[in-house]
Design a protein around this ligand. Structure first.
Ligand code: KIV
Length: 321
């Protein structure tokens, strides 16, 4: 095992040779969460938990924590790649991430987020691209940001056996046309239009809805009327489930989050503290200590020294090594 490999795995055991970490922990198999599970949750009024997830290691933690559903969101462009919007995200990149997340969380309901212009151009492209999330990454459904203008596309995807989650309300991929990140459906006519759009999506075959930045009352009406599970983000408590962005909920991004974000951890502070401690210990020589290094067998070391002094190395023995 190389040092690099050791550094990149979550370890549960030790290498017999060097004592380093070697293996992936085997997680107890969990019951797979399917669309039927989510439908039953809605019927039984038991809430669904969903978090965005962008890598294998975090997916493992979320699977272990019993999160129901993971969304491989195009917010990756913002929180992991540092872009201002989600628009630069590519299909291929998101599928690679979805594959990794599925490896880390085999039992969750996995949602693949279709990036900008991967479904808006025509239904045929939408089906072909969605199929990659399903067939290659093992997603349970794909999410598209829609309104009534894309109802035909949703219908075509559903007909092609693609399970579609329709994302309504604030649609970050349309941010340039909407003019900013604002709550949607605040006036009665806007709310009515949103409720009608939600109805059209369900009638077009969407298997679930996701409402972003919608007044709690409007989200409650849609949830009450929709026969499919409704997930909310900044949509109040009366939806069937909640989704949050990983970096926001664990305080990974630093700064002051918007009022609507609830922080469950301060990873920013914890990690900056850890990096500072490491830098300090490297500077002071406290790291690595004896237990972080491997010593050579003394007999072998003596032989090595003899070999170096009697060998054909020039000068002080360093040249050519
Ligand atoms: O891409 C994403 O992470 C999302 C969530 C904000 C719902 O769409």
């Amino acid at each position: 095992m190389t040092a690099a490999r050791h550094a990149s795995v979550w370890a549960v055991g030790s290498c017999q040779t060097c004592g380093g970490f070697v293996s992936y922990g085997s997680m107890p198999a969990k019951t797979k969460i399917t669309l039927s599970t989510l439908q039953a949750r809605k019927r039984e009024r038991r809430k669904i938990s969903m978090i965005t997830c962008y890598d294998y290691s975090t997916a493992r933690l979320m699977e272990e924590a019993g999160i129901d559903s993971l969304l491989v969101g195009d917010t990756y462009a913002e929180v992991c790649l540092g872009h201002e919007t989600t628009l630069p995200m590519t299909l291929e990149h998101l599928i690679t991430i979805a594959e990794a997340v599925r490896r880390g969380a085999p039992s969750v309901f996995l949602v693949g987020d279709m990036p900008y212009l991967s479904y808006q151009i025509c239904a045929e492209e939408a089906i072909r691209n969605a199929g990659q999330f399903m067939a290659r990454a093992g997603c349970d459904c794909v999410k598209v940001e829609v309104d009534r203008r894309l109802a035909k596309t949703v219908e075509a995807m559903a007909t092609a056996t693609i399970p579609v989650m329709a994302h309504l309300g604030l649609k970050p991929q349309s941010i340039q046309t909407v003019g900013g990140y604002k709550i949607q459906g605040k006036s009665a006519p806007d709310a009515l239009r949103l409720i009608e759009d939600a109805k059209m999506m369900v009638e077009s075959g969407a298997i679930a809805l996701l409402l972003e930045a919608v007044p709690a009352e409007v989200a409650a009406i849609i949830t009450e009327r929709a026969l499919v599970p409704v997930i909310g983000i900044v949509a109040g408590p009366d939806v069937d489930g909640q989704v949050v962005v990983f970096h926001d909920m664990v305080g990974y991004g630093g700064g002051h989050p918007p009022r609507s974000v609830k922080r469950y951890a301060d990873l920013y502070g914890t990690l900056v503290g850890a990096f500072k401690a490491y830098a300090h210990e490297v500077a002071s020589g406290a790291f690595p200590a004896a237990e972080n290094s491997f010593a050579m067998d003394q007999t072998e070391l003596s032989k090595l020294r003899r070999g170096l002094s009697g060998g054909d190395h020039a000068g002080d023995g360093r040249a050519g090594v």
